[in-house]
Design a protein. Structure first.
Lengths: 88, 246
């Protein structure tokens, strides 16, 4: 069987992380920031742009221009020996 | 009043890394109540969209905090209006937070996700392209039965994966949540709470699972802060997903 491409693995890993950060963890404020519909949109609309760690440190966090907008982000992927796999 | 964006709940005595800033590059500091504190940064009264870059920034802040202290990760986008309301929130759940900090100290989260492979997603009932309309009632019933059988097969495969993982992981995780078919395209998803001293054993067991199940692709993520194991969201032991704990 073919191995999952590194890109598929990266995308799955990204969804897994984002899901935990926005849906798990302590709910300390009464506001619900994320609606269920938003989470579905994130699953469907995620586009991964891989950039270098340098660019991420320089760029400030900003909102996406529209729901289909892409976001610069960095995801570090490691192989089984713990070595970083650079972005494609 | 000043709004505060909350990153984590920590013991009140910790020091934050000097170079650690928040998701809008804001200065971080502690707001405390008795022996607990929240790690916060000042923010506006605007709520945050969960765009990937911001969410990842939040995670990076939480991960840095967890590197040097027991900490309860707080959900992305959590904001409180004024120090008093923050202190009240800490006081109201003081005992639960304290117990969680003890339970989760020195522990990390791993995730194991098995996507549907091309064969299974092509044959799965969900989203299947319908053929020509059923010609008869019997035809319709045959198709329904066939879909039902396919879904059953998928579920059986997913449960087998879960059982295999449980066998090799054994007692390496003190708590875990496992779901079969949690969302479209995913056959199995597990979250595991692992003590830092067991990380190497955990990794080796996952490798063992891979060797025994070469046809199964598993995406392993972590070590992460224990987002899925705080008890204050109902996702912990006895929570929504029927989690197990030893």
């Amino acid at each position: 069987m073919d191995e999952l491409s590194a890109r598929s693995s990266r995308e799955i890993a990204l969804v897994e992380l984002i899901d935990r950060v926005i849906d798990k963890g302590v709910m300390i404020s009464g506001d619900i920031t994320i609606s269920v519909a938003d989470v579905d949109l994130i699953y469907l609309g995620l586009r991964v742009l891989l950039t270098t760690p340098d660019k991420l440190h320089q760029s400030r966090a900003r909102r996406s221009e529209d729901s289909g907008g892409s976001d610069d982000l960095v995801l570090r992927v490691r192989d089984r020996s713990g070595n970083d796999i650079p972005p494609e | 009043m000043t709004w505060y964006y909350v990153y984590a709940i920590v013991p009140g005595t910790i020091s934050l890394p000097n170079d650690l800033r928040g998701i809008t590059d804001e200065t971080l500091f502690l707001i405390g109540s008795r022996a607990l504190a929240a790690v916060v940064g000042e923010c506006s009264d605007q709520s945050y969209d969960p765009v990937p870059s911001l969410v990842l920034s939040h995670h990076r802040v939480v991960a840095r905090i967890c590197e040097q202290s027991p900490a309860l990760p707080v959900q992305f986008g959590s904001r409180m209006n004024g120090q008093d309301s923050l202190r009240t929130a800490l006081d109201e759940r003081y005992d639960a937070f304290s117990r969680d900090l003890e339970r989760l100290a020195g522990k990390v989260e791993y995730g194991i996700t098995v996507p549907m492979d091309d064969d299974t997603s092509a044959s799965s009932g969900a989203g299947a392209i319908s053929e020509a309309p059923a010609q008869s009632g019997a035809d319709y019933m045959r198709r329904r039965l066939s879909e039902y059988q396919r879904e059953n097969q998928l579920r059986t495969r997913a449960e087998r994966i879960r059982d295999e993982l449980d066998e090799v992981l054994g007692t390496l995780a003190s708590e875990w949540h496992e779901e079969t078919m949690p969302r479209p395209g995913i056959m199995f998803r597990g979250s595991y709470l692992v003590d830092e001293s067991m990380i190497e054993d955990f990794r080796q067991s996952v490798d063992q699972f891979r060797q025994r199940n070469s046809g199964v692709e598993a995406v392993v993520v972590g070590p992460w802060p224990p987002y899925s194991f705080v008890s204050s969201t109902g996702h912990g032991p006895g929570g929504m997903y029927g989690a197990n704990s030893s």
